[in-house]
Write a protein that binds this ligand. Structure first.
Ligand code: CA
Ligand code: CA
Ligand code: CA
Ligand code: CA
Length: 248
């Protein structure tokens, strides 16, 4: 079991599609895996299984008000403000059910904070300043665990629930770390997105790498199970038009 210690205050607001339309573009007809325009400029794209049906949906994290906006397939949006300015969002499956929840990483204190729709779930101290937070199901059991990617040495540090850490060096300077279930079995694996050539490099547990070139310059990588096949696919978010482009 994950060791969850402290709790944090949590504010949850459910907004109707009509209410949220004043804040962001939400086409009523768009549904994954088709492109979806959502969010505002400067939002951070996220993905997860918000409705616990196995496939992933999209959302954004808005740094200016440290609020998550989780978009369900029917266009409904759940807004949840957590943490504080400067926090980094991540998502994953914790809380003991099959769907995904939200979390934030506070780089200044190397602290992961976990939340559910109903409140704070606890925290874990892990990582160094400058690390990028990760989550994934490293052991193919008990939901997702956490990890960090350290850009300075291009190394993933995957932490199990007992605090044991597996380091994996992978990628090139400037790569963006990603995690997902590339093969539909044995939990999640790691990978990187290389902005310079718009290419995803997906690494399996034996160190074999599969690559896909996808997206435009300036795109941000995003991983999810867009078509409910029990494995993850790649995708990108294009900040210039605030549009998610899942790859089938
Ligand atoms: Ca879902
Ligand atoms: Ca869960
Ligand atoms: Ca796990
Ligand atoms: Ca896998």
């Amino acid at each position: 079991m994950r060791r969850l210690r402290s709790t944090q205050r949590l504010a949850v607001v459910v907004l109707s599609t009509a209410t949220f339309a004043a804040l962001a573009v939400v086409p009523a007809s768009a549904n994954l895996p088709d492109p979806v325009t959502f969010g505002d400029s400067n939002d951070v794209p996220i993905a997860g299984d918000w409705n616990s049906n196995g496939g992933d949906e999209i959302g954004v994290y808005r740094p200016s008000n440290h609020t998550f906006y989780l978009r369900r397939d029917n266009g409904t949006v759940i807004a949840t403000a957590v943490g504080t300015l400067g926090d980094v969002p991540f998502t994953g499956n914790w809380g003991g059910d099959i769907g995904d929840e939200i979390g934030i990483y506070r780089s200044s204190t190397s602290m992961f904070y976990f939340f559910s729709d109903s409140g704070g779930l606890g925290s874990i101290l892990f990582g160094n300043p400058g690390d990028v937070p990760l989550s994934g199901d490293w052991n193919n059991a008990d939901g997702d665990e956490i990890g960090v990617y350290r850009p300075s040495n291009r190394t993933f540090y995957l932490r199990d629930d007992n605090g044991n850490v597996t380091p994996i060096t992978f990628g090139d300077p400037g790569d963006v770390p990603i995690t997902g279930d590339w093969n539909g079995t044995d939990g999640d694996e790691i990978g990187v997105y290389r902005p310079s050539n718009r290419t995803f490099y997906l690494r399996d547990d034996n160190g074999n790498v599969t690559s896909f070139t996808y997206g435009d310059p300036g795109d941000v990588p995003l991983i999810g199970d867009w078509n409910d096949i029990a494995a993850d696919q790649i995708g990108v978010y294009r900040p210039g038009n605030r549009t998610f482009y899942p790859k089938n």
